[in-house]
Design a protein around this ligand. Sequence first.
Ligand code: GLU
Length: 256
Amino acid sequence: MRVVIKIGTSTLTYLNGNLNVHTFENLCKTVADIKNAGNQVILVSSGAIALGRSKLGLSERPADIPTKQAAAAVGQSELMCFYDKAFSEYHHTVAQVLVTADDLNGGERSINFGNTMERLLSLGALPVINENDTVATAEISVSDNDTLSALVAVTVKADLLVLLSDIDGLYSADPHKDKNAKLVPVVEEITPELERIAGGSVSGVGTGGMATKLHAAKICMQSGCDMVIANGSAPEILYKIIAGEKAGTHFIGKKQ
Ligand code: GLU
């Protein structure tokens, strides 16, 4: 199976921007094992701005673009350093890939991107993708890694995209406000009603929320790729997802 796994800032780091070592190590161990079992994996990882902010000693997540970009530049190398160290323990080789929206719009650069991914996967490497935040101005920015990971999944013709988040999946109402909210196990179509329920962002440290996740699901489903939203606080959930067992919310890709 070819699977793209997106991991969000709120799962990888604490609110102060420091790495959540426990979750991070479990994620890397599980991904290494899934690769060992013969699956092809591409990681889309957020966390650059948060880690950069922590390393630069900034007391809050930056709000202005130049400081965000500066923090991303510092944090991206920190992020890759952590991935390299963790995956090396299991003899896996990581490959940093930074892209902007222009690289994934179906043009020549998307083809180059796709070719590089094929080659990296055939060489057994583990691509770790993030947006190239230091140059991604509003015009060329995908802006959130939920959408970015869906564009990646479609470009590489993945079988599955998994969005690991700080929430168990899509709920019938906002679970922070409504205690009767129920987890939706399967979605076959994104309806306006679902989009209304999804609303805005629920996370304080990343940029994605349920609305961007539904947008990602739309991109995937149209191209025949399945998508799962699941809670990343226990990354071992990936075993269940890859085995096709019930976990989180499963969006069924349109069969072509
Ligand atoms: N690219 C950003 C980062 O690495 C995060 C984008 C997102 O949270 O969706 O910090």
